[in-house]
Ligand binder design. Structure first.
Ligand SMILES: Nc1ncnc2c1ncn2[C@@H]1O[C@H](COP(=O)(O)OP(=O)(O)OP(=O)(O)O)[C@@H](O)[C@H]1O
Ligand SMILES: Nc1nc2c(c(=O)[nH]1)N[C@H]1C(S)=C(S)[C@@H](COP(=O)(O)O)O[C@H]1N2
Length: 162
């Protein structure tokens, strides 16, 4: 079981004006892979988002941080920038496959600027804002996440498949 952090980037959510169904969707889908150690709703502000990621990675040593929202083209959509500011290395295959698979469902998938990367031994992945988008993207990446996290934590020796 891995420790999981959820960050919902939402102006409305942070003001209590909309129930955060996307954060809930993440917790529900991820229950099979780990335990949610921290869950925050943050306004769409780069500094606040980066700080939440740093706290979860450095202080709480969380294995996997999943963000939802703020990946689009809106003027306040800054989750990818907040993520790029705190990661050491990108894992481009994760957003690549999320966009590719999601494009089969909606052409708007190309509008998500989501990134993924590592800060030390914490993997950070951006998901889109809608609960539907969250579920569709997690479905695509879940099969490889367990292995990726095990390798990152030094718990799996090799990638060979039988
Ligand atoms: N955390 C969330 N919980 C439930 N629904 C959401 C959430 N985030 C987004 N959605 C849904 O996706 C739609 C588009 O999301 P978008 O991020 O553009 O919303 P917004 O209202 O402009 O922004 P914000 O959530 O930052 O205030 C929303 O209108 C809502 O239906
Ligand atoms: N799988 C999937 N990806 C998706 C979507 C979706 O419904 N399903 N919505 C798209 C839309 S409409 C937008 S605008 C972008 C960015 O969303 P965000 O700004 O809420 O992060 O994600 C895209 N990615």
């Amino acid at each position: 079981m891995y420790s999981i952090g959820i960050i919902t980037a939402s102006d409305k959510g942070s003001r209590g004006e909309r129930e955060d169904l996307s954060g809930k969707a993440i917790a529900e889908v991820m229950a099979e892979l780990g335990e949610v150690k921290r869950y925050v709703i943050v306004p769409d502000e780069r500094e606040a988002l980066s700080q939440a990621m740093i706290e979860m990675a450095d202080d709480l040593k969380i294995d996997l941080i999943l963000t939802t929202g703020g990946t689009g083209l809106g003027p306040r959509d800054v989750t990818p920038e907040a993520t790029l500011a705190v990661i050491d290395r990108q894992v481009p295959g994760i957003p690549e496959v999320m966009r590719a698979k999601s494009l089969e469902k909606t052409s708007r998938a190309m509008l998500s600027r989501a990134v993924a990367g590592m800060r030390g031994r914490t993997l950070i992945i951006n998901l889109p804002g809608s609960p539907k988008g969250v579920r569709e993207c997690l479905e695509v990446i879940l099969p490889a996440l367990d292995h990726g996290l095990a390798i990152m934590k030094g718990e799996a020796g090799e990638c060979a498949r039988s």
